[in-house]
Design a protein around this ligand. Sequence first.
Ligand SMILES: Cc1ncc(COP(=O)(O)O)c(C=O)c1O
Length: 405
Amino acid sequence: MLNPRLDDLMTYPFERLARLLLGIEPPKIMAPISMSLGEPQLAPPAFVATDMAAAAPDWGRYPPNRGTPGFRGAVADWLKARYGLPDGFIQGDTNVLPCAGTREAIFMFALAVVPPAKIRDGKALRPAVLMPNPLYHVYSGGAVLAGAEPIYLPARAENRFLPDFRGLRADLLDRVALAYLCSPANPQGSAATMEDLCSAIEMAIVHDFVLAVDECYSEIYDRQPPVGALEAAASFGSRRELAREHIVVFNSLSKRSSAPGLRSGFVAGGEKAIAAFAKLRNFASCQTPLPIVTVAEHLWRDEDHVRATREAYRARFNLAEQMLEGRYGFYRPDGGFFLWLDVGDGEEAAKRLWAEAGLRVLPGAYLCPDEPELQAPGTRYIRLALVHDLETIGEALTRLRRVLN
Ligand SMILES: Cc1ncc(COP(=O)(O)O)c(C=O)c1O
């Protein structure tokens, strides 16, 4: 007997890609280059290894579920400095929790906040969860397994690739228990503005839902540091605590510190949501081992390595701009490390790039739900992760131009 909701999960994008390319051989004369996976290739700072070695005695201790006061304090201080938050707006002990990478937290958070029914004006309504389309598939997984209806909001070029909550009907908004937003977005790299975020928070207040903002690309920005949801909440003046109670943000060391293997992130936001999540995590969480918590605390307190990382990605986008400007709808994203190229037919382009150039890219439609009618915002695109060294990226983009010209 299995949970039938598992059948409603989106197919994992890389599973679809493996199926698409099954049986297609890349050319033998060139080494394949994979740009489908967003895995940073830069080295994490050297102190990760030395701190970890120094903390080795802590491998013998059970890690506390809520991390350490030092970790939570480092995150609270980072959020305050990064977003100019008022004193005490985010407190380590009540507004912050560690997580084993944001993936598990994004998924499990839905289980903590989606009720069996949303009660509005005495009526029990089926809960709904809003999310962008294309999307990081975990948003939909969380919604589906929490028993909610996932509502996919198209994120298209004409809306700066951001989902538009403003056009939604009030009766749908009344059913919303949770809304996921990704800023800067994966795959398109658009950052929500202060106005976008304030308007989404206002809706969360009026319709009584939690806005969960995935900010895991917040530090990989091109020109302006993206506005954060906590920054937007702090701008609500005398209503700022109310605003904060309707949001959480997720952030991670995977992109900022090029350390996806550490599996370390945090969730921060409203006291009630954080307390509910802490309660759930007493049963369901994978605690972060103490040596990792110690390293993570150091990483959140160090900006030097993050500045260097940003420069490294800027150099990659400079190269991509030189090679692709004026082609395939190239643009420099506000943040993140992906190219989102309009190639007309993403699946066809992915097959040809693999067959003719040994270049593995992800069709945009694979970041959309499986239903054919929900694929439109992705079908024309391919996503390329600009994570390799400059030479490899130069070679990859040369091959791409040769095949798609
Ligand atoms: C949009 C988005 N959110 C969350 C994650 C999860 O990252 P991690 O679990 O490494 O923190 C990823 C990873 O690729 C992502 O692209």
